[in-house]
Design a protein around this ligand. Structure first.
Ligand SMILES: [Zn+2]
Length: 162
């Protein structure tokens, strides 16, 4: 694996591990007080290590969702690539690199790279419509990450809402 991609993966995985939070706020109703820990589910980091993601149950009767979890930046819902990784791949593609070269650069395979490029294009289009492009959350996630991942799930995986 080329070193730039390799170090991106390592750094992103470390950042994600450090961003796991114990305290939360329900992203659906804003409830900060009446929720309880409600098990875990596992996600792969970008370097293929597994981590546990805390799930919470929101006890606000008016909340539209029963459970929620707060994904640590830089994990995205469902997809096993970060925004940085997707945009990195998209940039290579738009600079005219062949899929074969991108596959080698990322130590990946054709079907995955085709999926990622397609996904990266639709994420960028969606992002430009929804947000100020200068605040792309990969660069300064902060408090923006929880509402961002909630909006992202609504936009791209409405049927798989967690
Ligand atoms: Zn709630």
């Amino acid at each position: 694996m080329p070193r730039t991609w390799d170090s991106l993966i390592t750094v992103l995985s470390e950042i994600t591990r450090e961003n796991c939070v114990a305290l939360a706020c329900c992203p659906h109703c804003g409830n900060r007080h009446t929720y309880i820990k409600w098990g875990f589910y596992s996600r792969y980091l970008f370097n293929d290590e597994l981590i546990n993601i805390q799930r919470f149950r929101c006890d606000n009767d008016l909340c539209p969702q029963k459970t929620f979890s707060i994904l640590p930046h830089a994990l995205l819902p469902i997809i096993r690539a970060s925004l940085c990784m997707l945009m990195h791949v998209l940039t290579m593609y738009e600079q005219g690199e062949t899929i074969a070269k991108i596959v080698r650069h990322t130590d990946s395979n054709w079907p995955r790279m085709q999926r990622w490029i397609k996904k990266a294009l639709s994420i960028r289009d969606w992002f430009r419509q929804e947000y100020d492009i200068r605040s792309f959350p990969c660069l300064s996630p902060g408090k923006f990450w929880a509402p961002f991942t909630r909006d992202f799930t609504w936009a791209f995986y409405p049927e798989r809402f967690r």
